[in-house]
Ligand binder design. Structure first.
Ligand code: GLA
Length: 741
């Protein structure tokens, strides 16, 4: 890993043998982008990477009348508007005297080992041996602001992280209207843009389309990263596949409003920008203040989408989630939500816990409905004390009973929310987001608490802290069930209302920070009406997230497959629920449901008291299987084999880093009797020379056979006309464990 600097021609080359990232100081003093891609050897001069064949066009504007130099045709690192580049700029300021800036000019740079910590914002981290960081200082004398562009290169990964800070060195206030965290100009646009789109119950479905001239973007202005667009885009070469050729991935370490856009210009340059959405954003930067924008993770892959995913997974497992959760195995949990909804009391819960414990489940999670007087979703959010009717002996009594069974105890909270029908609202209605005298918009009968206010965050911290201590809590499911409307804080001055969304999420991060610092061993699972805030910002604090309220095994194939594009398998909360499924009413076997849920952080979301003996015995086996392979699922390399977005079948596998073990999941949604083709599944990531035995069938195959010829699937998947078939009908699946010798 190295950062080469050529002082003479001011070129900077970050490389680690896997990737190179090169930029330079341009003639006008701003930074030019020269290269991002597969590693190339360092040399004295890369200025030939700069585009010089300026097309003759009446519309070109030349810097200092030099016909060989136009800001419209060079590739930029951090473009500004107003000097001859007419594409979208990365930054936009508003100053007292109406100046928009003269452009940022290189001043200095600093290289440090490791990665400086961000204050109050989640970000990847690394020690001195694991990464190096260069921060380039640029100045704009017209607006009296300094811009700091930071780039970190990680030693072991084809990854660069970027972030931006802006400092006001003048005497007047400056307003930031836009500050993107990264911008890169790719020299051509021969890519497909990949992203993850959806909505509640249908999160993170893969979308792909060719880049076309003009701006194409995904965004959220909901106050959460959202169910609708994950803060991720990739540019995939049109020739790239799941496993081959070039892909660039961008993921924003942020949980609120974002914009990820690609602008293809008239010379087919593709400008990729990621940052806080400028919509409604206006940050007042007083003299001597500095604004830190969140981080963007940029991955280069020469091994297709799957290669990109593996880099994200490795980076997040090792450099994003907090220390204890890198190695601790997450407990298999039971969550009472779909078992009881709001209808429970202590006795019922204890019976569920007892029954779950007998099955081998390790953590009992009490979901919504335990606080205030909450029998439906119309009341009590904000009243974080036990519902006396349901839990007359209080939470500590229940927690103790659960602990006495040898189980951990976990609780659901929705700290950011308030119901008008609550005691908290009676005492602190001024804490809600919005102007109360106006007609506020409701979502799930609730309003949002103003987390931009420190006293609100502190209040929630004290309430949650108290419960954590009194119940010796092991786990918290932190939910967030509506987006933000009426964005306005009574605590902010009028000229600072544009800061609301960012200050709100800083408040959320602050509460996470306080809780995880004081209770590093409490496991947090983030949730936002299912997967509405499934982003790396959250993973910094909560190493797993509830992927979707849709627990249907068939629907989950797409949701989990899409999610795996960016996020490690062990971060994807996935549970076995009842059949017929509560969201789709589809009936699937217990086997199908578990075979899907194994590829995540595993749990159950059903009433174990309603299971018959046969089902209980199957579940015991499932728990044994997951427990046995938990560390493989946590640490292994994930390979997507067959996409549910392209066919009736889905397949994926996890291979241990030493290639000695693998877990393969194969799923066939609809049966296809007497199929034309032989049912063979080509595996990936194995060792050519290792002999693998399939635990379930006792067959042995060499790694090369399994990868190049394929694993023969059993006749069961060839339809109902086989009298040998043990499985028949739709929604069939199998999970194989491969052990190498
Ligand atoms: C959200 C969550 C669910 C459940 C309910 C409880 O929808 O995603 O898992 O916790 O809230 O109200």
């Amino acid at each position: 890993m190295n950062i080469f600097v050529n002082e003479e021609n001011k070129q900077f080359h970050l490389t680690n043998g896997k990737i190179s990232y090169i930029f330079n100081v341009l003639k006008n003093g701003s930074l030019g982008h020269l290269y991002f891609g597969k590693s190339i050897k360092n040399r004295d001069d890369f200025s030939h990477f700069l585009r010089t064949d300026i097309p003759t066009a009446a519309s070109c504007h030349f810097f200092q009348d030099d016909p060989a130099y136009s800001l419209e045709t060079v590739n930029h690192e951090y473009p500004v508007y107003g000097k001859g580049d007419f594409r979208d700029a990365a930054i936009e300021l508003e100053t007292k005297d109406g100046r928009i800036g003269n452009g940022y000019v290189f001043k200095d740079y600093k290289i440090s080992h490791g990665k400086p910590k961000f204050n109050g914002l989640p970000a990847t981290y690394a020690n001195e041996k694991e990464a190096s960081t260069i921060t380039v200082q640029l100045v704009d004398e017209s607006t009296h602001t300094n811009l700091y562009l930071s780039y970190t290169i990680f030693q072991h990964y084809p990854v660069i992280t970027r972030s931006v800070a802006l400092e006001n060195v003048g005497t007047d206030d400056v307003y930031i209207k836009k500050i993107m965290s990264s911008s890169i100009d790719f020299p051509d646009s021969d890519y497909k843009m990949i992203h993850l789109a959806g909505t509640w119950s249908r999160e993170r479905h893969i979308e792909a389309h060719d880049l076309r001239p003009g701006v194409q973007s995904i965004a959220s202005i909901r106050g959460a990263s959202s169910h609708h667009h994950n803060p991720f885009i990739a540019l995939k070469r049109k020739t790239a596949t799941e496993h081959e050729n070039e892909v660039y991935g961008f993921n924003f370490v942020y949980s609120s409003n974002f914009l990820a856009q690609v602008e293809v210009d008239h010379y087919e340059v593709a400008r990729v920008m990621v940052g806080i959405h400028p919509h409604q954003f206006r940050w007042k930067l007083a003299a001597n203040e500095c604004f830190q924008a969140p981080e963007v993770v940029m991955v280069y892959s020469e091994k297709g989408l799957n290669g990109m995913s593996q880099s994200f997974h490795d980076l997040y497992r090792n450099h994003l989630i907090s220390e204890p959760w890198k190695t601790v195995e997450r407990p298999i949990l039971i969550n009472n939500w779909e078992a009881t909804y709001f209808d429970f009391d202590e006795e019922k819960l204890v019976r569920i816990a007892e029954s779950a414990r007998e099955l081998g489940i390790e953590l009992f999670v009490l979901d919504d409905g335990w606080f205030g007087k909450r029998n439906d979703d119309t009341s009590s959010l904000g009243d974080w004390y036990a519902d006396e009717e349901k839990l007359p002996k209080g939470l500590p009594s229940l927690a103790k009973k659960v602990n006495d069974l040898g189980m951990q105890f976990g609780l659901w909270f929705e700290p950011e929310m308030i119901n008008p029908n609550s005691q908290l609202y009676q005492s602190h209605s001024e804490w809600v987001v919005g102007r109360r005298e106006e007609h506020l918009t409701f979502g799930r009968n609730q309003l949002v608490l103003d987390f931009s206010r420190e006293e609100v965050v502190q209040y929630l911290f004290e309430k949650m802290r108290d419960i954590i201590i009194k119940t010796q809590l092991s786990y918290i499911k932190w939910d967030m069930n509506r987006n933000i409307t009426d964005a306005f804080s009574v605590a902010l001055k009028i000229d600072q209302q544009g800061e609301f969304f960012h200050r709100y999420i800083l408040g959320v991060y602050a509460l996470y920070e306080k809780l995880t610092t004081e209770f590093p061993n409490v496991l947090f699972e983030s949730c936002a009406g299912g997967g509405g805030r499934f982003d790396p910002g959250m993973f910094y604090y909560a190493p797993q997230a509830w992927a979707s309220d849709n627990t249907d095994a068939v629907e989950r194939l797409k949701i989990q497959y899409g999610t795996s594009l960016v996020y490690p398998i062990y971060s994807i909360g996935s549970h076995v629920s009842a059949s017929p499924n509560h969201q789709t009413l589809r009936a699937t076997s217990l086997e199908m449901r578990a075979n899907t849920a194994y590829f995540g952080t595993f749990g159950y979301e059903l009433n174990p008291l309603e299971l018959n003996e046969e089902e209980r015995s199957i579940i015991k086996d499932q728990i044994r299987l997951y427990t046995t392979h938990r560390s493989l699922i946590r640490d292994g390399d994930f390979y997507r084999l067959l996409s549910p977005f392209e066919q009736n079948e889905t397949a994926w596998m996890i291979v241990s880093k030493d290639k000695k073990e693998a877990l393969v999941g194969y799923y066939k949604v609809l049966t296809t009797p007497n199929s034309k083709k032989q049912q063979i599944l080509s595996l990936k990531g194995l060792d050519d020379d290792v002999l693998y035995t399939i635990e379930e069938t006792k067959q042995s195959f060499c790694g090369d056979e399994l990868m190049y010829r394929g694993l023969p699937l059993s006749i069961e998947f060839n339809g109902v006309n086989s009298n040998k078939a043990e499985r028949g009908g739709d929604y069939q699946s199998v999970v194989y464990f491969l052990k190498g010798k």
